[in-house]
Design a protein. Structure first.
Length: 694
């Protein structure tokens, strides 16, 4: 309580010029015994009370004298927010009350006394209310044993009225009671159990001591009759709880329990195993704190509290795992949310498997689309029926998404050029130039200028304006160098510089020219063996062999032979206007052949059979094959009516053709047949065999 609550708000003021007679009339009329004195500006300068009047009369002063001669000038004031407790020993009869230097009231001793009495009365009433509101019975006696407190729970417990027992001796009211013993011993007695009218009571008794003297004793009693039966129920409940805890603890899934506000109450061992979070770290903390600290990214519990219904969400936790969390609300009898129980399962591996399946499906769709694109782009020449071919295509499609240099290796005729086309058509540069050159088909003295170009006047016969090379033509696109193993050593150095520096110098030029070209190289030779034999630069080999791609020979993918045969038959029948087919023996013969010339040889055999066979059905004898059948036979089919000269010519033509298919060049053919190169050229011309530009 503050001064402002008890002060007198009505203020009667005296001026310094007022007389004692005026002051006496003011005191009588207003029934006051003093008043503050202010100057002309209203500022407090003194205090005049009845005592000052009495003193003036005793000194025989005239009543017309000014109050300023007799007033108390050293006036003590008090702030309006001062607590009443600070005025307990107030020695002044009345005090002016100020607020920010301005008088707002007067405080007298009677004001303070009345306020303190009221406070004491209020405390007494509150104490009685508290004692009566207590759950337990309370009985208090004074030092003589007379009852001073007997609260409402005591009335109900002992079935007595308060007015009947107050002021009575304790022993007359409760003869069996032990409270009088406390007065004698002065010691407390805790948890004393006794029986009263078939009720089991527990009493806590203590002496009331003030300044070391016993003024009485007090007992607090509780009826525990129901507690004994509840104790048995608690034992059963405890066993049930232990059983439930064991079930929760043995669950493989994580279990998380909170109260209705989201505060963590318990987790099981599985939750700690899954998340790596231990119980002491989170018990007592809210789910919002778990989210804020990044332990989980979202909470099923918070959604349950918000929606008041079961919720299932996926969670990402700090250890990188993905969880499936299902929260369920539990309501009490009043319909209030009491608990939230969340079941948590680790679905990280399941998600990974799902992603793998989705990736496989995506790749499958992608590859199907790529295959459709390949067919549209005219790359259907490469038949893909074997696993090796499908694996090769998969690699080529992936290489199309990068700009790495690719080295395609494989025997002559396997389709290296077709693979290069597929790679280009599915690359990032498919809308840019695709330039191809056979390094073995161009004379060495012309190869350098073809690749790198030349400046005007670089050599005799050069164009007056010079010429750009194939590297410049392919700028921004792809350059396919077929038969890279035939590249002369001195040009290998220039090629290495272009790869490393991405710039070149034209023949006869001094100014470097920047080029941006993706290289695809191909060869049927063993480049590493050539490196060992000092026929190919090691540094260039490593620059070209960034991503090696090996095209398997046809004999390792024989399941594709039938598809190739059908493809070539359809192509050449359409080209020449025929409708020819193979009989069963011819097809079997082709399937048993080892195909040293691979797909190119197969294509030539089919074309030759289509254009040379007179009948619609192509038989085994209409096929001209080289060595390599399953029987390793060199036996040929001849018409029995042929003469020796015709048979020899047919054999000679066959050998020249099959050697050409196998070797690819007249120089190699001459070595294989043991004759000179001019002889090979002459006989090929005689039999109408095309030497492909040689």
């Amino acid at each position: 309580m503050k001064v402002a609550e008890i002060m007198t708000n009505e203020i009667h003021l005296l001026r310094t010029t007022d007389s004692l007679c005026y002051a006496s009339e003011l005191f009588l009329n207003q029934h006051i015994d003093g008043a503050p004195v202010v100057d002309d500006e209203g500022k407090l300068v003194g205090l005049l009370g009845k005592t000052h009047l009495y003193r003036a009369i005793a000194n025989q002063k005239v009543l017309n004298a000014s109050v300023s001669e007799f007033m108390e000038k050293n006036v003590r004031t008090i702030a309006m927010d001062c607590p009443i407790a600070d005025l307990e020993k107030l020695s002044y009869g009345r005090l002016p009350v100020l607020n920010q230097g301005k008088m707002v009231g007067m405080l007298t001793k009677s004001d303070v006394s009345g306020a303190l009495f009221q406070m004491l009365n209020d405390v007494n009433q509150e104490l009685k209310a508290v004692i009566d509101s207590a759950h337990n019975a309370i009985i208090s006696i004074d030092a003589d044993g007379f009852i001073k407190i007997f609260n409402s729970p005591a009335e109900r417990l002992f079935e007595m009225k308060k007015e009947d027992v107050m002021g009575c001796l304790f022993t007359d009211v409760l003869p069996q009671g032990k409270l009088m013993d406390i007065l004698k011993s002065g010691h407390s007695q805790a948890s004393q159990r006794f029986i009263y009218k078939n009720k089991t009571l527990v009493s806590n008794r203590s002496p009331v001591i003030v300044d070391g003297k016993i003024f009485g004793a007090i007992a607090v009693l509780q009826d525990i009759s129901e507690l004994e039966s509840i104790s048995n129920e608690l034992h059963t409940t405890r066993e049930l709880k232990e059983e439930v805890d064991a079930i929760i603890g043995s669950s493989f899934d994580g279990i998380y329990v909170t109260d209705g506000t989201g505060k963590t109450l318990m987790i099981n061992e599985a939750y700690s195993r899954i998340t790596g979070v231990k119980a002491p770290e989170i018990i007592g903390k809210t789910m919002q704190e778990m989210v804020d600290k990044g332990i989980i990214d979202r909470s099923a519990t918070l959604l349950v509290i918000e929606r008041r219904e079961p919720v299932t969400v996926t969670q990402e936790i700090k250890n990188g795992k993905t969880l499936l969390a299902t929260g369920n609300p539990i309501f009490d009898e009043e319909g209030e949310l009491f608990r939230v129980v969340t079941n948590v399962r680790d679905i990280t591996e399941l998600n990974a498997l799902k992603q793998e399946i989705e990736e496989v499906q995506r790749l499958s769709l992608h590859y199907k689309d790529q295959l459709r694109q390949l067919k549209v782009q005219g790359c259907e020449r490469y038949v893909m029926k074997s696993q090796k071919s499908r694996d090769l295509l998969d690699l080529i499609l992936r290489l199309g998404q990068v700009d790495s240099t690719v080295l395609i290796q494989g025997e002559s005729g396997v389709g290296k050029e077709v693979i290069a086309e597929i790679l280009y058509n599915n690359s990032l540069r498919k809308d840019k130039p695709f330039i191809r050159i056979n390094c073995g088909a161009i004379p060495e003295n012309l190869l350098e200028s073809e690749l790198f170009g030349y400046e005007a006047g670089a050599f005799t016969g050069a164009k007056k304006d010079g010429k750009i090379g194939l590297f410049e033509v392919a700028d921004g696109g792809t350059l396919f160098l077929d038969e890279i193993g035939e590249l002369p050593m001195y040009l290998q150095v220039k090629l290495l510089r272009v790869i490393q520096e991405r710039e070149l110098n034209r023949v006869g030029g001094t100014k470097p020219i920047k080029v941006d070209v993706r290289l695809i190289a191909a060869t049927n030779r063993d480049l590493w063996d050539m490196v060992i034999q000092k026929q190919f630069r090691k540094d260039l080999f490593y620059r070209l062999n960034v991503v090696p791609v090996t095209v398997p020979p046809l004999r390792e993918r024989k399941e594709e032979i039938t598809a190739f045969i059908n493809h070539f038959l359809e192509h050449f029948n359409k080209k020449y206007g025929f409708n020819k087919v193979l009989n069963e023996n011819a097809l079997k013969h082709l399937l048993e052949y080892n195909w040293p010339g691979n797909v190119r040889e197969l294509e030539n055999v089919i074309e030759r059979a289509v254009v040379t066979t007179q009948n619609r059905i192509i038989g085994e004898c209409d096929l001209l094959l080289g060595p390599g059948t399953s029987e390793e036979s060199t036996e040929l089919c001849f018409d029995s009516q042929l003469g020796l000269k015709e048979a020899v010519e047919k054999l000679e033509k066959t050998m020249i053709q099959k050697t050409l298919d196998a070797m690819g060049s007249t120089r190699k053919m001459a070595e294989a047949l043991g004759v000179s190169q001019p002889t090979v050229v002459r006989k090929a011309a005689r039999y109408g065999i095309c030497l492909k530009g040689e």
